[in-house]
Write a protein that binds this ligand. Structure first.
Ligand code: SF4
Ligand code: SF4
Ligand code: SF4
Length: 395
């Protein structure tokens, strides 16, 4: 991108401060609600270089995880020697590349930084290259996993698939995917799953589905994706058809942790970095913020084995009897309450039960990230939590 024009004095002031733009930006991202930790390999700086030019990296330092208008942000940009026109152009170019999150509300435009995931990574869908995908995947494992898993309230939570819920259960709207779609007053969009698209680029395609348009966005996510041409609008009926097909294919639903989620991803542990992290943990249930768990009645099992192959957390143990796989138990520490096993069990041997203590998600985007910020741990707290989790202790 051509850098916006600055006066000579502005350029001198600007570049004297921008000696280490990506390191500064990395630190700035790390101070937000969901951080952006450094790694020994510096992979996180390479990712930033892919998304931000030097001037964009400097301009992004003006933003935080809180939404602000141009008028509120500009005085800080001016201190960096940026003209109003230059700053506006930088905001536009950063939005186009998914580097920042922009929302249009009541005639105003608001700008904020968003986390690496869920945020910057997902919004690379139109620019994704094999190397960026591999770097992102490796960064998840080398650094970002700890950040993602140690927020007191997870950014994403498991929502049970539709067929697994019985009508008589007292289930809140935010736990019923049909209700979420049917009751929304907002527009709905669908977009390609970046993890599955990335897997295609490295010739390791998804083993659960050959469909790619599986992720549903609402409100600000829908707006951004449609403004940038990263997805397409769908009716409620089409959104429900997509979700039904996702369920049939065996994808589990994870939505943003809000009472009216901004997006609902349809994930598999073979492609999705987040699911891969969860599966790796000894107690995935501690990180799912799900209100459900699956209960098995082994006496009713006919040994079809479907639930075992569908469970992405390997929570179901079984014994082989002749050529059958008889389900014997479900490990509550591994069960994330996705309901895929329930939806596939023809004998009714598995049912979804509600947990005694209900998790009530934050109301919206602002409440979610403010809660995460208030409860943000220091490095020692994060390492302590991860150590306990890796040792199989409850966190
Ligand atoms: S989180 Fe899941 S559905 Fe969303 S982009 Fe990643 S794999 Fe796809
Ligand atoms: S799907 Fe049902 S019947 Fe089949 S193995 Fe699982 S519990 Fe048994
Ligand atoms: S046992 Fe597995 S498939 Fe069934 S609800 Fe739990 S995590 Fe999902």
């Amino acid at each position: 991108m051509k850098e916006p024009f600055l006066s000579l004095a502005g350029k001198m002031k600007f570049f004297s401060k921008a000696k280490e733009p990506y390191k500064n930006l990395r630190k700035h991202f790390n101070a937000q609600a969901v951080g952006y930790p450094a790694t020994l390999t510096g992979i996180e700086l390479r990712l930033l270089r892919e998304i931000f030019t030097v001037m964009e990296a400097e301009a992004a330092l003006v933003l935080t995880y809180r939404f602000e208008t141009f008028e509120s942000l500009y005085p800080r940009a001016q201190e960096k020697g940026l003209s109003a026109d230059a700053f506006r152009k930088l905001l536009e170019s950063m939005e186009k590349k998914g580097g920042i999150f922009v929302k249009h509300q009541d005639g105003e435009i608001y700008y904020a930084l968003h986390p690496f995931a869920i945020g910057m990574f997902e919004m690379q869908i139109s620019r994704l290259s094999p190397s960026f995908f591999m770097d992102s995947h490796n960064y998840m494992l080398q650094g970002f996993a700890m950040e993602y898993l140690t927020t007191e309230v997870p950014q994403m939570r498991v929502i049970p698939v539709n067929k697994s819920l019985k009508p008589m259960q007292n289930v809140a709207t935010y736990d019923q995917i049909r209700e979420i779609v049917e009751s929304t007053k907002d527009k709905i969009g669908v977009n390609r799953c970046i993890c599955k698209t990335g897997r295609d680029l490295i010739n390791d395609p998804c083993k659960v589905t050959d469909r790619r348009e599986v992720c549903i966005g609402f409100r600000d996510f829908y707006d951004t994706y449609s403004r940038q041409g990263w997805g397409r609008a769908v009716s409620k009926e089409e959104a429900l058809e997509i979700l039904d097909q996702n369920e049939k294919d065996g994808l589990l639903l994870i939505g943003s942790t809000m009472q009216e989620p901004q997006f609902v991803c349809s994930c598999c542990a073979c492609c999705c970095g987040i699911m891969e992290m969860l599966k790796f943990m000894p107690r995935p249930a501690d990180f799912s913020a799900s209100n459900f768990y699956a209960k098995l009645e082994p006496a009713t099992c006919n040994g079809c084995g479907k639930c075992i192959s569908r469970c992405q957390m390997e929570a179901i143990s079984f014994k082989s009897v002749e050529k059958k796989k008889m389900a014997t138990a479900i490990d509550p520490k591994r069960c994330i309450g996705c309901g895929l096993c329930v939806a596939s069990c023809k004998t009714g041997a598995i049912s979804l039960r509600k947990k005694e203590i209900e998790f009530i998600p934050p109301k919206d985007h602002v409440e979610l990230y403010e809660t995460i910020m208030q409860k943000k741990k220091g490095l020692a707290g994060k390492i302590g939590m991860m150590t306990k989790a890796m040792m199989g202790m409850k966190v």
